[in-house]
Write a protein that binds this ligand. Structure first.
Ligand SMILES: [Fe+2]
Ligand SMILES: [Fe+2]
Length: 257
């Protein structure tokens, strides 16, 4: 049995409580002895080099295991633009860990310089690259696509997002090619893992034979909990939440979790 954790939206540097939650999260993930930790962007709060340095300090023991996979989020493109610390210019990259075929997708874009231009970008070329990367998976591996932005419409979470939707600005929208991505992945992929929206959510689409779980981790430091997925021979066998001690926000755990 293998296990992976899905972590997102740490927002290191937002405040002391956030950084402390990240430190506790790192300790909990290490203690859980996972095969992989998939971190789907917004690692830093303002894309500052100092925040990146802080993340590397806080997560050093976990990063040292070589089991952490990362993609950038829109917040990582602000300030000093630290995206290249997570993906070095490529839009799609494959990572293989025991039992896992992960496809890392950079859904950020140069317009992600401010809070109101945080929406993502996915191109037809990205979709073609993802499709090729999925086809490279070894039989029996769990296939996971990880990216920052949401691929399906999700409810607005705050006033700024409600206003953006009201005025028709793209800021709160899902990825324009999100549905097209899911159509290509159905039946050939097991997980789409994302963040960006800070309230966790989950859905399963496609056939019962090989369901495609689309999971939003939410903000792991704000929720103080992360999903852990146990899998075997390419199938998810159990999904549960790993919670930090003390107060934590409800993670919203629907049936699919
Ligand atoms: Fe975020
Ligand atoms: Fe984001």
């Amino acid at each position: 049995m293998r296990a992976l954790a899905h972590v997102s939206d740490l927002h290191i540097g937002r405040d002391e409580a956030t950084d402390e939650a990240a430190r506790q999260l790192c300790a909990a993930l290490l203690a859980a002895d996972l095969d992989a930790v998939l971190l789907t962007g917004d690692v830093t709060h303002r894309g500052r080099t100092a925040e990146l340095r802080r993340f590397r300090e806080l997560f050093r023991p976990l990063l040292a295991t070589g089991r952490v996979l990362l993609v950038p989020g829109n917040h990582d493109r602000m300030g000093d633009d630290v995206r290249r610390a997570f993906m070095d210019g490529e839009r799609v990259a494959v990572a293989r860990l025991p039992g896992l075929h992960a496809i890392r997708v950079d859904s950020t874009a140069p317009h992600n310089r401010s809070l109101v231009t945080g929406h993502g970008r996915l191109t037809a070329g990205d979709l073609a690259r993802v499709e090729r990367a999925v086809a490279e998976a070894a039989p029996g591996a769990l296939v996971a696509v990880m990216l920052h932005h949401h691929v399906m419409p999700l409810p607005e979470e705050d006033l700024a997002e409600r206003l953006a939707s009201f005025f028709g600005w793209p800021f709160a929208d899902e990825l324009r090619l999100g549905a097209a991505l899911l159509a290509r992945l159905r039946g050939r992929c097991d997980l789409v893992l994302h963040g960006h929206r800070h309230v966790a959510s989950g859905a399963a689409i496609g056939e019962a034979r090989r369901p495609l779980r689309v999971l939003n981790a939410g903000s792991s430091t704000a929720l103080r909990q992360v999903r852990v997925l146990e899998h075997e021979a390419g199938e998810v066998v159990r999904v549960q939440w790993l919670a930090l001690p003390g107060e934590h926000a409800p993670a919203l755990a629907p049936a699919v979790a």
